[in-house]
Write a protein that binds this ligand. Structure first.
Ligand code: MOS
Length: 694
């Protein structure tokens, strides 16, 4: 008997296993699945923000050669459930937001479908709409809970008393912009309706959640719906739940029974129908002693939702756990408007919600005359202030120290506007990041030894560009103690065992724990020398430590900003971030996740804003010409580093989740650096040159 000592696959700098298929164009995305004689769908969108459809004229459209069907609320198949009003489309004459689906044309070609859609005439009885978010609205309300299930408000100690007795206070209001998710691959659905049921090729972060959501709406048993998504061209939360495009395409496929119907949203449609990040108005109050030790933190957020479906972003929840202050208060208030339904966008809650407090901490540091890195270290809590639980691991201090060292923070002149190089004002800024460690329930994995000596590992997980194909293979290889080559992973199909959605940075914690449990079951049942055909499966195990420890990933961003003194042009030539994210499964894909988050955060800081026109009732910059997302020329040198960590409590791998932490706090670091460069405190995002030219 020999004992082989294998190098762990976890931690190996493995290239993406799906890389060759992607770069050679053989990895099928939703729209590309080869199907016989597909038809193409072009939607028709409401041109009023609120009202009622009074007449529809489809005659000219129907007469066009190549048109297969024109769907409106008059003839669309009936849906079985109106529980989700975002998905209850083409069922009545009501218009709830501008851009809502009111009809669709399906034709032999996309060109004919588009031409025909332009010929359909809708007449509306338009009513006055209201799309303006303001903190002084008299109809703001407290939701029952905030996403996904946090308490709406929290109140600990005596904030007003602590503020009154504080040596130094900050009381400011900050705003963040409405933003739209725009993954490289837009939302896409291909639907085929046969006697057996409905097959969907959908660009989604979770095939099983699409099935469980749409089946009851379509009046089907979940077993009659199959959803397939082996490769997804990016998803930042907007693909975490199915949107109305899935229902619209399925309705068309039902009408054209047997014929596949393809629909990919245009970029313009992405600004109406795929969710978005709510704008926020956040008031922060900090009270500290003369050395900057916090006695009070209050964080009150106002944000928007739609009238037809509530989404309550958890903007102030991170504040409850971030810093040690004896008195803490947080709240969320919503305005329900005639707008599309807001939803998840990379670190919903933490991302906009850490902008305000992390800029406020910079303002406090300045007011106290304490270095902003030191201020954060001084307020690092020994246990979770919210739950009272010990941390599973928390090394924010290590992130701050290591980041400061790498950035060259020491010796920084704290005076704002003190450094100038030619026409450039130069400054540096820091901000902290935090993101919870989530584990979803109800996933299952199976393992079967195949004829070729390879282990077929099956779980309906998603790879949205994050590296799941590779990282899960590494995890299960270690759990079975076999080489990477012995693993044949299958994901992205409801024919596989059920899996949770790729959301909340929970994928690897959830699916990794599940495949590890399946591997342990396999070895327990079949030993080290199994036979072909041996199999085992397991459900996601409970983690009893989740009740005993507060689990979060942490990070610290350091950035340099340069502002042209004459034009207000803003540049971020470098950003160095250090993360405490537990054990890193694959450094190559992890770095890519961190850098992607940081890039999106710089984009949020300087560029991204969806401009709502209150008069028209829609986002007016609804394309890539007017909605700018950071391009290569906007991004300087980025470095992502991480502390060697292995959290003993989060999951068997010791990881913490890395998809979202990179964007949290990034915009605050940029804002703080811009202040250090110029002396101008910009409290509303994005930071554009006009805000610096006073
Ligand atoms: Mo992420 S916004 O939880 O998909």
């Amino acid at each position: 008997m020999t004992t082989e000592i294998r190098t762990p696959a976890i931690g190996a700098d493995l290239e993406r296993l799906d890389g060759p298929a992607k770069v050679t164009g053989t990895a099928p995305y939703a729209f590309e699945h080869p199907l016989d004689a597909p038809a193409y769908l072009q939607p028709i969108q409401a041109t009023v923000a609120r009202g009622r459809i009074t007449a529809v004229d489809i005659e000219a459209a129907q007469a066009l050669e190549g048109v297969l069907t024109v769907l409106t609320h008059h003839n669309a198949p009936r849906l079985a459930s109106d529980d989700d009003r975002e998905l209850w489309i083409l069922q009545d004459d009501q218009v709830h937001f501008r851009g809502q689906y009111v009809g669709a044309v399906v034709a032999e070609s996309p060109e004919v479908a588009r031409e025909a859609a332009s010929l359909v005439i809708f007449t509306y009885d338009q009513r006055t709409h209201d799309v303006e978010l303001r903190a002084d609205r008299d109809d703001l309300y407290a939701p029952e809970q905030v996403n996904p299930s946090y308490a709406t408000d929290s109140d600990e100690g005596d904030v007003d008393g602590a503020m009154a007795g504080a040596a130094v206070t900050v009381d400011q209001t900050y705003t963040t912009a409405m933003q739209h998710n725009n993954p490289m691959e837009p939302h896409t659905t291909v639907a085929v309706w046969t006697d057996a049921g409905l097959t969907l090729h959908d660009s989604t972060q979770g095939v099983h959640s699409v099935r469980s959501t749409v089946a009851p709406i379509l009046g089907l048993d979940p077993s009659q719906v199959r959803v397939i998504a082996p490769h997804v061209g990016g998803g930042f939360g907007s693909k975490g739940l199915p949107h109305a495009n899935v229902i619209l395409t399925a309705l068309a496929a039902r009408v054209l029974e047997g014929r596949p119907v393809k629909y990919a949203l245009s970029r313009q449609q992405m600004f109406f129908l795929a969710g978005y990040r709510t704008p926020t108005i956040q008031r922060i109050r900090l009270g500290a002693d003369a050395e900057g030790r916090l006695g009070a933190i209050a964080h009150d957020a106002v944000e928007q939702t739609s009238r037809i479906k509530e989404f309550a972003e958890q903007t102030t929840v991170a504040t409850r756990s971030m810093y040690a202050a004896g008195s803490r208060r947080t709240s969320h208030r919503l305005a329900a408007l005639d707008v599309p339904v807001p939803s998840w966008m990379r670190a919903p809650g933490e991302c906009p919600g850490m902008f305000a407090p992390e800029v406020a901490m910079d303002e406090l540091a300045q007011a106290c005359g304490v270095d902003p890195v030191e201020l954060r270290i001084r307020n690092d809590p020994a246990t979770d202030p919210e739950s009272g639980l010990p941390w599973s691991s928390r090394d924010l201090v290590g992130c701050l120290r290591e980041g400061a060292r790498r950035f060259g923070w020491e010796g920084r002149d704290p005076a704002p506007g003190a450094r100038r190089e030619g026409s450039w004002l130069v400054g540096s800024g820091v901000a902290s990041a935090v993101y919870p460690v989530y584990r979803m329930t109800g996933s299952e994995a199976s393992i079967r030894l195949g004829p070729n000596g390879r282990y077929a590992v099956r779980i309906g997980a998603a790879d949205i560009g994050t590296g799941t194909w590779t990282a899960l293979t590494q995890i299960v290889a270690d759990a079975l103690d076999v080489p990477i080559e012995a693993i044949a992973l299958e994901i992205g199909d409801t024919d596989l065992p059920a899996a949770s959605v790729a959301g909340g940075s929970s994928g690897i914690t959830t699916w990794g724990s599940t495949v590890t449990a399946a591997a342990q079951a396999f070895r327990a049942q079949h030993g080290a020398d199994p036979a072909e055909g041996d199999e085992a499966s397991a459900q996601t195990p409970d983690n009893p430590d989740a009740q005993q420890y507060a689990m979060f990933a942490f990070g610290a961003h350091f950035c340099e900003a340069r502002v042209d003194a004459d034009t207000g042009e803003i540049r971020v030539p470098r950003m160095i971030s250090v993360f405490d994210a537990g054990r890193v499964i694959n450094p190559r894909t992890a770095r890519s996740q961190f850098l992607g988050g940081m890039t999106m955060g710089i984009s949020m800081a300087l560029h991204e804003v969806s401009v709502m026109d209150p008069k028209v009732g829609q986002v007016v910059n609804h394309d890539f010409a007017d909605y700018h997302i950071a391009a290569c020329a906007d991004i300087g040198e980025l470095e992502a580093h991480w502390l060697d960590g292995h959290d003993p409590h989060t999951n068997p791998m010791g990881s913490k989740g890395i998809g979202e932490i990179g964007i949290v706090g990034t915009a605050a670091a940029v804002a703080n650096a811009v202040h250090h460069a110029t002396g101008i405190r910009v409290r509303d995002l994005p930071i554009t040159p006009d805000k610096l030219l006073r």
